[in-house]
Design a protein. Structure first.
Length: 138
């Protein structure tokens, strides 16, 4: 199986104080045990690195870059994926739905992926199965 890795889960995986950390870490271990390939995009890597660096510091960003990124299959966003995401974000007319999410949905659909390693409810709203299965309460 291939699952799409989103910033929401990747950030929680590194941030041990994050309310979702325990559930995300268990899901990550399960995915690893099942030999699931984690696919993501260069946009997710950029977003996650910047968020970790800003909120937790360079050591957290370094841990992500050195320990987690090498285990993922990184897909570069094509101009068509980018344009599809921009169109979806504008058509969605929602302040809380990010461009990166909309591009991720476009990439997932193009790749035929149905599972997301994510705690962002937007993935569930778009019809994707999320791991962990339930978002931890804050």
């Amino acid at each position: 199986m291939i699952a799409f890795a989103d910033t929401s889960a990747l950030f929680a995986l590194v941030d041990r104080r994050n309310p979702a950390h325990a559930a995300v870490a268990r899901a990550y271990d399960q995915l690893e045990a099942e030999a699931t390939v984690l696919a993501t995009t260069n946009y997710i890597l950029l977003e996650t690195f910047a968020l970790l660096q800003r909120r937790l510091g360079l050591d957290a960003a370094r841990e992500f870059a050195q320990r987690i990124v090498p285990l993922m299959e990184v897909h570069w966003v094509s101009p068509e994926d980018h344009d599809a995401g921009v169109s979806a974000a504008l058509a969605g007319n929602r302040r809380d739905l990010s461009l990166v999410d909309c591009i991720s949905f476009a990439v997932m659909r193009r790749m035929g992926l149905s599972h997301a390693f994510a705690v962002d409810e937007h993935f569930r709203e778009q019809g994707f199965d999320c791991l962990p299965a339930q978002r931890p309460r804050k």
